[in-house]
Design a protein. Structure first.
Length: 215
């Protein structure tokens, strides 16, 4: 996961591994973007909050209620940058699962939740939640009306939650090549592609070279 190859080395001064020194990347299997989401019931000055600007204004006006649900360090990182940029301070509320976070968003315990498309889609269709921004580098095909953080003036607020396969650095090159070919072929299989999309992820199946550059 992203935490192993990118987040942990950035936030911990001491780790038992180094992703570049100790791993031989094989293939990036897929990625997933997240959406900054609020409850449709959330209002500012008597009006439903429909934009990031309104959310920031509301958070500044109600600092005692400004918080967000976090299940991973990446959520904390992106919110910390958002707070620094906008001056709106958000308190971290830790959760163990997406379902818990969504439930707390719906009952008003938290102001913001970061959700993947599959988690928020049923609630969006039911009009219960409203995604205000996506962490992707471009708008998603599933929610094309939701702007990216880049479009909203924050080009470095970008999270690409990736899932890939790595092996120990000493793994022989022919073995890595064989694994790479098998994984690339697997990620082209229509049944596998469909299953990944159902999980809210974009299937990729990259080359070893491309995955190494990403890490």
């Amino acid at each position: 996961p992203t935490s192993t190859t990118a987040v942990n080395p950035a936030v911990y001064s001491k780790l038992s591994y180094d992703p570049v020194r100790d791993y031989a990347p094989v293939s990036l299997l897929g990625n997933m973007v997240l959406y900054l989401t609020v409850s449709s019931a959330l209002q500012h000055d008597g009006n439903p909050i429909t934009t990031m600007a309104q959310l920031i204004d509301h958070a500044k006006a109600n600092p005692d209620k400004a918080n967000y649900g976090a299940m991973a360090t990446g959520f904390e990182m992106i919110t910390a940058v958002l707070s620094t940029r906008t001056g709106a301070k958000f308190v971290t509320i830790p959760f163990k699962s997406t379902a818990e976070t969504m439930a707390s968003l719906l009952n008003g315990q938290i102001m913001i939740a970061y959700q993947d498309y599959n988690s928020l889609a049923p609630q969006t269709r039911g009009g219960k939640v409203r995604p205000l921004a996506t962490t992707g580098s471009k708008r998603s095909t599933e929610l094309p009306d939701v702007p990216t953080f880049g479009e909203l003036g924050h080009p470095d607020l970008f999270i690409d939650a990736i899932t890939g396969i790595v092996v120990p650095k000493a793994t022989p090159a022919p073995i890595i090549a064989k694994l790479e070919a098998a994984l690339v072929a697997t990620m082209r299989d229509p049944d596998v592609v469909e299953r990944w999309r159902v999980l809210g992820q974009t299937p990729i199946g990259s080359t070893t070279k491309d995955y190494t550059e990403i890490i």
